[in-house]
Ligand binder design. Sequence first.
Ligand code: LLP
Length: 444
Amino acid sequence: MAKKCSMMHVLSQKNGELYMESVPLNKVADTYGTPAYVYSRAAISKQYHSLENALGNQTHQICFAVKANSNIGVLGLLASLGAGFDVVSSGELERVLRAGGQANKIVFSGVGKTAAELDFALKLGIQCINVESHAELIRLETRARLLDKTAPISIRINPDIDAKTHPYISTGLSENKFGVAPGVALDLFAYADKSEFLKVEGIDCHIGSQITDLSPLLEAARFLLNMIDVLEKSGISISHINMGGGVGVNYSEEEIFDISEYAKGLTQLLQGRNLKLFVEPGRFLVANAGVLLTRVEYLKPAPAKTAGKNFAIVDAAMNDLIRPALYQAQHKVACVNVSPKEANSKVQWDLVGPVCESADFLAKDCPLHLEQGALLAILTTGAYGFVQSSNYNSRNRVAEIIVADDKFHLVRRRETINDQLTLEFLLPASHYHRDSDPVKISGD
Ligand code: LLP
């Protein structure tokens, strides 16, 4: 009988082995090696539908925040579910198009859009550009004039509301670089309203990520609605309100509001208004759908009778998953093979990688029964996992796989050292010294 794991609904245990949907994770690791990110199609669809259903009759559009997971296989799945997309670079925009996303369901966020990026967006005719400063608005107007286009815009408000999350992912306070202060925003709306090349469509905010308390999100919605009222009074009409992303997920023991509570709160606030609601979820749609598979290379237990640490050195590292080092994130870890006997003999392990930094840890104090060669799954890594990976220590970025029922498909192959080196150039020997340098004569 399959047993659901309490920590993650996409995984189940069968005969002492961990499965994602109907695929044994051992089989994925044997086929494509480790480390590897593995995503569940069913889990992503389930999250998408739960949000769709929660928003019910409220006119709405879900724009997946591509930064959370930009693999084109994953984007293709979301496009097939009907999602729109929130992008923050021309690279993300290109990915969405290649994945089959429609330009007219794309919104473009970010504080530093270049002229080339704005041109790309305008030529494609994307749905909306979320403007984050006066200077950006002026640049956008100039680009639109040059291309003889009308730019559909929203202004991102910085409401100075504390999302009560990690400071690195808190974005709605006046000390953060994002959005514009409400007073400035009113001026920008008035300017845009008069411009021949700008068309005011919406108002937006994104106050932070991994938000576990509903109240700041609803407070931000109320704030934007008040601004809409002020704008309407001055004859500027707004057709959509974009609440950004931010809905938290359960990594370890967090208590998080239910998505239906959030949707209910928003739809109640929007009742009687002719406004389309946009949301830009990233983490909520994909975090719990993904695991990072990694194998134990070595065990390095604390010396006997000391209070030292037990280290399990695994083949994944901070370059593959930087969240623990960067945000003190706590991801649960599960053994892919668990026999009931072993389950009783657990020791606390720190999971560390091969990178030469003490910040190279993936999890701390994990109660696990481990041996060399054991296969582990680091949970809730479908969002901000692979996308934040790097080649630090010249490590190849890992493979990505989508599981669908009893099948699994490679959606990004593991890099090779040639992939890395193909972008670099060794200079001819003569370029490594100045002509004036004393000539070194061999044998001297
Ligand atoms: N919209 C905008 C404008 C955003 O900046 C973000 C995330 C989202 C939507 C999606 O937010 P979500 O629904 O995923 O919370 N690397 C960090 C998270 C950074 C989030 C940046 N902005 C992490 O690993 O926790």
